[in-house]
Design a protein around this ligand. Structure first.
Ligand code: PMP
Length: 359
């Protein structure tokens, strides 16, 4: 028997069944790409200059990003060993999950939440345990604490929650951590922390939760507020020995020298970047308020995006698509990133036109 089909290497069946990570398509010239929670602002000139000045492409980067770790350590009042840098916080999530959870182990998280979580758990060979969000689209930490078993090795807490928007409060998080066994790793994913305005929100770095609870690691990123999504740089802050586990599973040298320099320059230009974040926050609050006014049930929006729950997903998604606005569709709603100033009115106009299909 002959076949033209080549014999291909065998792939683990669970990996073969895994859909590849999907990314929003690019918008056309007249449209807006509001599907990946990116920062609409170009990098600051000072950041681009620093990258040009420091560019060396023939040498490997510093494997531990020591200058960036030192700068972040100083900023947050921790030793450089208490900081670990990765090629985006999604790489850090993968490193920690692989370090603590394998076949037979459970990784617990709220659902719906960041869509990369299930795939990362599956690649590690572990089992996802998903706990539904509360009706207000926030984490149900009581239910999550109750779902911990003796096989739970890792818990992911996402605040603000992507894609729905609400934060976890500091009091809720503290009470939750107290209920979780000390040998279970809790990853507090704060990818959108810089956009938070709710004073009750958990801030793992300000509260230094990892000092009293070494099983808590805080994850942050330069992709969102700092606008460096294309360069891939994120960081974890926690107990140095807990971070060592992620250092062991990291792909060596994956944080480039360019990314490190750009992140350092961004920290040096914090005030200018903060002004842009304030601008995005103002657009978010205005959009969320206007959407609620016309009847959309938008939950608390504390990231750089708003969540539109809808039962008429196809109709609403098509209306955005037809207008050249690329948004992210999920089975139970749409997530719209806060983008360019002009995009806000355009989003509102479309949302207004499809209000009747809400219920
Ligand atoms: N965590 C959350 C909650 C996210 O939404 C994202 C990006 N969408 C990430 C982590 C990963 O971001 P990055 O790898 O760009 O740092």
């Amino acid at each position: 028997m002959t076949s033209n089909e080549p014999v291909l290497p065998r792939v683990r069946p669970e990996i073969a069944a895994l859909p590849p990570y999907r990314q929003g398509r690019q918008a056309d010239d007249a449209g807006f790409k509001l599907s990946s929670n990116e920062n609409p602002f170009e990098p600051l000139p000072g950041v681009i200059e620093a990258v040009h000045r420091a560019a060396t492409f023939n040498r490997y980067p510093d494997a531990t990003a020591s200058r960036l770790r030192a700068a972040l350590g100083e900023r947050y009042g921790v030793e450089p060993e208490g900081v670990h840098v990765g090629a985006g916080s999604v790489a850090l999530l993968a490193q920690f999950i692989q370090a603590v959870a394998g076949p037979g182990d459970e990784v617990l998280y709220a659902w719906r939440s960041f869509e990369a979580y299930p795939g990362l758990v599956l690649v590690a060979g572990a089992t996802s345990v998903q706990v539904p969000l509360r009706p207000d689209s926030g984490h149900d930490l009581d239910a999550m604490a109750a779902a911990v078993t003796d096989r739970t090795r890792c818990i992911l807490v996402c605040s603000p929650n992507n894609p729905t928007g609400p934060i976890v409060t500091a009091a809720e998080f503290e009470a939750f951590v107290a209920r979780v066994p000390a040998d279970v790793l809790i990853l507090l994913d704060e990818a959108y922390a810089e956009f938070v305005t709710d004073p009750d929100a958990v801030d793992g770095l300000a509260a230094r939760v990892f000092e009293a609870h070494p099983n808590v690691v805080v994850l942050r990123t330069f992709s969102k507020a700092y606008g460096l999504a294309g360069l891939r740089v994120g960081y974890a802050i926690g107990h140095p020995r807990v971070l060592d586990a992620a250092r062991s599973t990291a792909i060596p040298l994956s944080v480039t020298a360019t990314a490190e320099v750009a992140a350092l320059a961004s920290l040096a230009h914090e005030a200018e970047l903060r002004a842009r974040v304030e601008e995005i926050i103002a657009r978010r609050d205005a959009l969320a308020a206007a959407l609620r006014e016309i009847g959309w049930d938008v939950p608390e929006a504390q990231g750089n995006f708003v969540w539109l729950p809808t039962h008429d997903l196809e109709g609403v998604a098509r209306a955005f698509d037809d207008a050249g606005i690329v948004v992210r569709a999920f089975p139970d709603g749409l997530r719209i990133s806060i983008g360019e100033h002009e995009s806000v009115e355009k989003v509102l106009g479309i949302a207004r036109s499809v209000v009747p299909s809400l219920s």
